[in-house]
Design a protein around this ligand. Structure first.
Ligand code: ZN
Length: 250
């Protein structure tokens, strides 16, 4: 589900060989997964107003787009059991409070880093969120299975407690990478958004060995994915038939 766009991002943050003045507008995606009994949201996207007030511009009616996309999938936010965060940068976590009954799952190391003295400005609103969630915040350490067919793996690379999400589907094991793989090209090239090269390479090796179908976090090409849903022409209209669109890029 595409919920917004970060305008004017230097491409060389992702691809070191790109020219310094080349900019892209990376989409922000959230994901919904269900086994028929349990519904999970992976990342909740930015809030345009909250981010904009701090000078972090976002295009798109983020929160409204997320609600509209969930409606297309027939998901009532009150029925969402888990919200899982790849990490706690603002473009991945600002709509958690839409889900009043969800347990929010994050790596303990990520929460500690994001609420500590050394974190950067991209952890916008994390302290407030932690307070608001109270005991709905569940912290995991390392790899963990939430229920059969759905697990998280500690991937780091991008942030100290970054995790990726594995979903067993009829098409194989899908990896919702998070920002350790922002673009499909980052399956081969590591950019400066992943300052820990060793952790990033270790994760990419593990993914290759596992044969995971990799879904990057910010690649515009995902708009062609058959599971994509998002703004379609004007931002208030949604594509209604995700299963008939495009081809499976993963
Ligand atoms: Zn991101």
């Amino acid at each position: 589900m595409e919920v917004g766009v970060i305008p004017g991002t230097p491409l060389n943050l992702y691809l070191p060989d790109a020219s310094a003045d080349e900019l892209i507008d990376p989409p922000c995606y959230c994901y919904v997964a269900s086994d028929g009994k349990r519904t999970v949201i992976v990342d909740s996207g930015p809030d345009r107003i909250l981010a904009g007030a701090a000078g972090l511009e976002i295009w798109g009616d983020t929160t409204e787009l997320l609600v509209a996309a969930l409606r297309v999938f027939g998901v009532d936010p009150a029925d969402v059991m888990y919200v899982v965060h790849t990490h706690l940068h603002y473009d991945h976590m600002q709509n958690d409070l839409l889900f009043p009954n969800a347990t929010v799952l994050v790596q303990r190391a990520e929460v500690q880093w994001a609420t500590g003295p050394d974190c950067d400005r991209f952890y916008l609103g994390v302290r407030e969120l932690v307070t608001a969630l109270g005991d709905r915040l569940q912290m995991v350490e390392g790899d963990a299975e939430l229920f059969p067919g759905f697990s998280v793996v500690l991937s780091q690379g991008h942030t100290p407690g970054h995790q990726s999400v594995l979903v067993h589907t009829a098409a194989g094991v899908v990896c919702l990478c998070g920002d350790i793989v922002s673009l499909f090209a980052n399956l081969d090239v590591v950019g400066s958004v992943c300052p820990n090269l060793q952790q990033t390479r270790a994760f990419l090796d593990r993914a290759r060995i596992g044969g995971w179908k990799m879904v990057p976090s910010h690649d515009p090409k995902l708009r062609e994915h058959r599971w994509y849903i998002g703004p379609f022409g004007d931002e208030t209209r949604m594509s209604l038939q995700p299963e008939t669109k495009g081809t499976d890029l993963s």
